[in-house]
Write a protein that binds this ligand. Structure first.
Ligand code: G3I
Length: 365
């Protein structure tokens, strides 16, 4: 078997298109690919990516080796798809969809109704809008454009924010202030109307770790989902983002297990949609950081993948290569963050080993 370094070196001379079909190894020097391991349990493994990342051949090879599903990190957000009101352009995501189709990958849609990453014209337009078409028209446009081609859709993203002080813990966003809590149901009903076959996901963060605010978030998300189901709103899954911290927070395995069991009891499926581990706030040395990142991933996935309703695991990026330190000080002190399955040189990290172990231990779906 050629070494991975030799394969990557050879890659530089070969056009990436078509390469993966012939060379996608299901085995690597580090054992089975994450795609193969996950697939053997009936789980889809993949990562968020972006068009600019796929212009790097070595990275593309690594992504095609390990990933069976991708999600646009940015290209399908409204500030990029509709920078001018009424002028919708999905071409950037079309390029990712074409890449996925050419290489036999699944792709998921992220995201349609969010309080962030919107074009500057949107919030004033919402304030002046006569009705919900300001977002239902957009939901329908996106879902019709990709009808039948998306694995799943994050229809509404991050609608919970207990710190905003509402009894229902809903985020006091410009969506809520204009339309009230019903905007969430309305978005899902428009999504179902546009694509009757799509898996519609409610996606949120802060559901995995210890702490009163995480307890509040878990309670609020469960209540939101149970209410939607009781009203016949077509939500099909919870998107558990899985943004963790290696040193400053800790996964609460007992509460996470109980929460996911309650989600499973509603009949919803579970997708881990954005897993990564912030390695800041602790020692600087790589070994300590890598070990703490892997431990956080292990604590999280040992619980999340043990739940038979969990059907997908995506990391928020595959390689540290494209991560930016939060500040120049962080850059000087710690260099590139070490938060993902592959480091900046595309070498496997202890986090990837922890993901592989958790997939091996997962019961088949
Ligand atoms: O592409 C433009 C570039 O042309 C421009 O020069 C540059 C400077 O303004 O901005 C670039 O766009 C940036 C984009 O990332 C692509 O890099 C946006 O400003 C920036 O806001 C955007 O940040 C993304 C953020 O969501 C907001 O969309 C992050 O990459 C992305 O990792 C982050 O992901 C979110 C999930 O969608 C939801 N859950 C939390 C998660 C992490 O924050």
């Amino acid at each position: 078997m050629i070494s991975r370094r030799a394969a990557l070196a050879a890659l530089a001379a070969i056009p990436a298109i078509g390469l993966a079909e012939t060379l996608r190894p299901s085995l690597t020097n580090d054992g089975p690919s994450l795609r193969a391991l996950a697939g053997s349990r009936g789980i889809a493994f993949g990562a968020a990516t972006a068009n600019f990342e796929l212009r790097q051949r070595d990275f593309t090879f690594a992504l095609l080796r390990d990933c069976g599903i991708i999600v646009p990190e940015y290209e399908l957000k409204r500030d990029l798809t509709e920078p001018v009101q009424g002028q919708i352009d999905f071409s950037a995501t079309d390029a990712l969809l074409d890449f996925a189709r050419r290489h036999g990958l699944l792709i998921r849609g992220h995201t349609l109704v969010w309080y962030a990453s919107n074009p500057p014209w949107l919030e004033p337009a919402v304030a002046a809008a006569p009705d919900e078409r300001i977002f239902t028209d957009y939901v329908r446009a996106a879902m019709r454009h990709y009808a039948g081609r998306m694995h799943s859709w994050d229809v509404v993203n991050e609608a919970i924010q207990p710190q905003d002080g509402r009894a229902d813990a809903l985020r006091d966003s410009f969506w809520l202030r204009k339309f009230g809590p019903s905007y969430i149901d309305t978005a899902f009903l428009a999504a179902r109307d546009a694509d009757p076959s799509a898996l519609l996901v409610y996606n949120d963060y802060g559901l995995e770790e210890e702490g009163a605010i995480h307890d509040q978030r878990r309670r609020a998300v469960l209540k939101l989902l149970e209410g939607m189901i009781a009203r016949g709103v077509p939500v099909g899954a919870l998107g558990l983002q899985g943004h963790l911290a290696a040193f400053t927070r800790k996964v609460d395995q007992r509460k996470l297990e109980a929460f996911l069991n309650e989600v499973r009891a509603t009949g919803l499926r579970i997708l881990i949609t954005e897993h990564d581990v912030d390695d800041g706030g602790g020692p600087v040395d790589f070994i300590t950081r890598d070990r703490a990142v892997a431990d956080a991933t292990r604590r999280f996935l040992d619980v999340a993948l043990d739940n038979r309703s969990t059907m997908a695991l995506l990391t928020w990026g595959l390689s540290d290569r494209f991560l930016k330190p939060e500040s120049m000080r962080e850059q000087l002190l710690r260099g590139t963050p070490r938060s993902l399955p592959l480091d900046a040189a595309l070498q496997t990290t202890p986090m990837r080993a922890a993901i592989a172990d958790a997939l091996r231990n997962a019961r088949p779906r």
